[in-house]
Design a protein. Structure first.
Lengths: 186, 424
């Protein structure tokens, strides 16, 4: 079982991101379970969502406390919520930020993970270029496909297009492709 | 067709496949996505011959369902929490009149304090309203139970409540095998009401009944529930034949053979419990679990048989009967009358508190060495309790309990709010 915890702020689509991840995994024949955190869902408030991916039926209903991967949509959360709680020693860390890990004060944390497991991507900037709005979801999912290799980019793109029709879907898919390319060529 | 969809959407699609003729609802979290889903299908024409009625309250929702059902229409609604309590009078009426309405309850806590998250306080509050109560363990089952519910309801002319854990199931994306219309049509024939308001053949439904017959009406309502103990397993077996998978049933045992400790629970927490059972079995501990699929009628005999070999029974319950403990355990003790087997209550998951494998494992192991109280509150914050008790004993005017606890648990949050509040 591979467990992903996503942190964002209400309105950034952290729940939608987890749902699209689960759809991408389902498309690859896996079992997947996505669900929201059981906290207050106010615009701007810290929120979390979860996605489990497994080859077998998923029965577990507890929140993800020891994630294999963390996706942080909003770097300002680093100082208000214990977003790193329980991250496995061989886990992955993906942060939406224009700054680097050193700059964010995360060099020590990144050093404890395997090489190339922690990375910052300017998902909001990529989204701004492709979608015209700083909605980092699609770009983060594209980057995640390149980072952890749990799901393929093709499945992510399909899940994005299934969720958002027409031009919006294409723009989001382009953002995901761009983030994947940036991550896999650097 | 296998789909990766939200639980609420799966329920909505299953309900639509049952060809309801009247759907009435008032939105309340976490039920809203279900009726929105049905509403979209009516609007787009995917669900035909169905009237979707927006009503002004839950009381109106159940009243419209009663009127529709009495007029011979297949009627459906959904609610949760305070919404269920607000329609309580009409919920009793639907059962008293013997109208086969199907209602989803997206299980949620009841205020005060206000809380939108999951527990079973709502459906437990109305467990004795005369409705059959089915509890879903997974989103596949949540969808399937609605198809079963219409069939059970119409065969017995008794309303059925399908209880689905709010957020944990209603808002979870999982794979759901949505059946075909042909399958559902094969399993669920058109509604053939045993009573119907008809201008060409007028009679009244809901006459006043005095002491001369009220007990008999109630007895017959009870008898329907007793009959359901036979009907539910039969239709569950038929469901499996048509759809190729199990769903529903009165009770479902898991690894209870020779188990010294047996856990009993309703709803989605059984998934987590099964994972704990597997881990504990691997660790050499003798444990199993039983899912109660139908809480009303209560499967006394079936549970009694399954629990006969246990040395101890632990009921993990998502509702509290204040002043008593646990309603599930009280009912389970009835199933085990005549035995000396201890039946423990573990109150868990109130107001959406996560029920974790770690915490469950701790209490299950404590029970195995005789270290569990009759009633245990899982993960209870004893420091917070002690602080409030001390505060209340120091001051007569100690203030509201809920706010005091929030202040004690979130000092930073309250300080920020009070500072902002102090600004001119």
């Amino acid at each position: 079982m591979f467990e992903i915890r996503l942190h964002g702020r209400g309105g950034q689509g952290v729940v939608t991101a987890a749902e699209m991840l689960s759809v991408a995994a389902f498309d690859e024949g896996k079992h997947a379970q996505a669900f929201p955190s059981f906290g207050s869902e106010r615009m701007g408030a810290p929120v979390a969502s979860y996605c489990r991916i497994s080859d077998r039926e998923i029965r577990l209903r507890e929140p993800i406390m020891d994630p294999d991967a963390l996706i942080i949509q909003d770097p300002t959360l680093l100082h208000s919520v214990d977003v790193f709680a329980g991250l496995k020693p061989d886990g992955y860390l993906l942060i939406n930020s224009t700054r680097g890990l050193d700059d964010l004060g995360l060099a020590g944390l990144a050093a404890r993970l395997p090489a190339h497991h922690a990375i910052c991507v300017d998902a909001s900037g990529i989204a701004q270029r492709h979608i015209g709005r700083p909605l980092p979801n699609a770009a983060l999912l594209g980057a995640f496909a390149g980072l952890a290799r749990v799901i393929t980019l093709a499945s992510v793109l399909k899940a994005i297009r299934a969720r958002f029709a027409g031009k919006v879907g294409e723009a989001n898919a382009a953002a995901a492709q761009d983030a994947f390319d940036i991550l896999t060529t650097t | 067709m296998l789909k990766q969809i939200e639980g609420s959407q799966g329920i909505a699609e299953a309900v639509a496949l049952c060809r309801p003729q009247v759907v009435c609802a008032y939105p309340i979290t976490p039920q809203t996505h279900i009726v929105e889903g049905v509403g979209v299908m009516v609007k787009t024409g995917a669900l035909t011959n169905c009237e979707f009625i927006n009503v002004e309250s839950e009381f109106a929702a159940m009243s419209v369902a009663i009127g529709a059902s009495a007029a011979g229409a297949r009627a459906y609604t959904a609610t949760a929490s305070q919404g269920l309590l607000f329609m309580a009078e009409a919920v009793y009426n639907a059962a008293g009149l013997g109208l086969p309405i199907v209602m989803t309850v997206g299980n949620r806590a009841i205020g005060a304090p206000i809380n939108i998250w999951n527990d079973h306080s709502d459906s437990m509050a109305l467990k004795d309203a005369g409705w059959i109560q089915l509890y879903a363990e997974t989103n596949q089952e949540a969808a399937d139970l609605h198809i079963l519910a219409f069939r059970i309801a119409e065969e017995l002319s008794c309303p059925v409540m399908v209880c689905v854990d709010g957020f944990i199931l209603t808002h979870a994306f999982e794979r759901i095998d949505v059946p075909t219309q042909e399958q559902v049509d094969m399993f669920l024939p058109p509604f053939d009401p045993v009573q119907m308001l008809d201008v060409d053949n007028p009679y009244s439904i809901g006459a006043m009944v005095g002491p001369e017959a009220f007990t008999e009406v109630r007895y017959l309502g009870h008898q329907k529930q007793v009959d359901a103990l036979e009907v539910i397993p039969r239709l569950t077996a038929e469901f499996q034949q048509v759809f190729g998978r199990a769903a529903g049933g009165l009770v479902r045992p898991y690894r209870v053979e020779g188990a010294e400790t047996v856990i009993v629970a309703l709803g989605s927490v059984n998934g987590t419990i099964k994972d704990v059972v597997d881990a504990e079995r691997d660790a050499g501990n003798s444990i199993g679990c039983v899912t109660i699929g139908a809480f009303r009628p209560f499967p006394l005999m079936e549970l009694g048989d399954l629990l006969a070999g246990a040395k101890r029974v632990i009921c993990v319950e998502k509702s509290l009967a204040p002043g008593l403990g646990g309603m599930v355990a009280s009912n389970v003790r009835m199933a085990m009358r005549g035995t000396a087997t201890p039946v423990y209550t573990v109150i868990a998951g109130l107001g959406g508190r996560p029920i974790t494998r770690a915490s469950l494992t701790t209490v299950f192991r404590a029970a195995a060495i005789g270290g569990l109280d009759d009633v245990t509150f899982l993960d209870l914050n004893r420091d917070a309790i002690a602080g409030q008790i001390a505060r209340a004993s120091r001051h007569r005017h100690s203030g509201p309990i809920a706010e005091n606890l929030l202040k004690a648990l979130n000092p930073g949050l309250v300080r920020r709010v009070s500072q902002e509040g102090a600004k001119p």
